[in-house]
Write a protein that binds this ligand. Structure first.
Ligand code: TXA
Ligand code: MG
Length: 315
């Protein structure tokens, strides 16, 4: 299959509307989209990514009005979260409308809904005739793609087109909150932090490892994720690793000796933004070991920690 690269949202949407699989930029990471009304395109997403079929896809909408096409009920907590955070880097899990096929939700009766804020994504979704199912646009298990070049590297020849926008502003996947249960549950940490969510829904709880083990609330979380080829070694703030091949830090300004590649971030925002592209750059340069500072669980630190732990194999 020939993969078209295009900067045009109209061209990309036309390919999607004809049943194509199209990668597109969002403010979190690039997504790999198919119309929910084209079952063969949905299947192609799973094949192109090498994604297990029991891992559901998030459905992307152009605006809040489209919600009623894809869910049967908007709970009061969900309504408050939508008011505060849509459009933006938040995915809400709600009871699905019969119109959303079970191939999209992997047999679940719930669906993850996201309304991105990225202007190119919104234009693309506005031109799409139906809501767009889209996981992150990377080969399953690898770091998410935060620029179109990374999408092309993973999926060239396997998908119909890439809508080439700017690099993702955030660089980490959306925060996921399950609002289909009685108490909202944080399934995946992201740039909308637990502290921000608590201001809107104070009773929100965090999904524990036990929740995930007994009945995975977010099926994808049981799979290895985000991993570069290199071994990842995590260290705590203030500790300096003795020998390092590569070193990612938010606290230490001088790289230790023996460092091949060095990335020092001065803020958590920058750390989150750079993480996946740094992992991919290490792979390109054949780096074998990456040392990464593990931030505390506060604010955006929670999302970065989550990605680092999974990348290091602590699933
Ligand atoms: O920022 C993002 O969320 C990006 C952009 C493209 O929107 N998408 C993304 O999709 O990260 P993906 O497929 O890589 O991760 C979605 C996660 C998976 O772990 C999946 O299992 C979970 O969301 N998920 C999807 N639908 C769900 C549902 N109905 N209930 C629980 N978890 C769900
Ligand atoms: Mg993903």
């Amino acid at each position: 299959m020939q993969t078209t690269l295009t900067p045009s949202a109209a061209e990309a949407a036309a390919i999607l509307n004809e049943g194509g699989v199209v990668a597109f930029p969002t403010e979190t990471v690039y997504g790999l989209g198919a119309s929910i009304c084209h079952p063969e395109a949905i299947n192609q997403i799973f094949r192109a990514k090498g994604r297990p079929s029991d891992n559901p896809l998030i459905v992307h909408i152009a605006n809040v009005e489209q919600l009623e096409d894809v869910v049967t009920e908007i709970t009061p907590d969900a309504a408050r979260l939508i008011e505060c955070f849509f459009p933006g880097p938040l995915t809400l899990v709600l009871r699905k409308h019969p119109r959303v096929p079970e191939t999209v939700t992997a047999g679940l009766q719930t669906v993850g809904i996201r309304c991105p804020s990225n202007a190119v994504a919104r234009e693309f979704l506005r031109l799409a005739h139906y809501p767009v199912a889209a996981p992150s646009a990377n080969r399953s298990g690898l770091p998410s793609a935060t620029n179109w070049e990374a999408v092309y590297q993973d999926l060239n020849g396997k998908i119909d087109a890439v809508l080439c926008g700017t690099p993702s502003a955030i660089g980490l996947e959306s925060t996921i909150v399950d609002c289909s249960c009685s108490t909202p549950l944080l399934l995946r940490a992201g740039s909308i932090t637990l502290e921000q969510l608590k201001e809107v829904v104070p009773e929100i709880t965090v999904a524990t490892k036990g929740d995930q083990a007994s009945a995975p609330k977010s099926p994808g979380l049981k799979y290895p994720h985000y991993a570069p080829k290199a071994t990842i070694i995590l260290y705590h703030p203030g500790e300096v690793p003795v020998t390092t091949a590569v070193f990612a830090s938010i606290g230490i300004t001088e790289p230790p000796t023996g460092v091949a590649l060095y990335k020092q971030c001065t803020t958590l925002d920058e750390y989150g933004h750079e993480l996946f592209s740094f992992f991919r750059r290490c792979d390109t340069e054949g780096i074998e070991t990456i040392y990464c500072e593990l931030p505390s669980n506060e604010g955006l630190g929670r999302a970065i920690r989550d990605r680092l732990m999974r990348a290091a194999g602590h699933v």
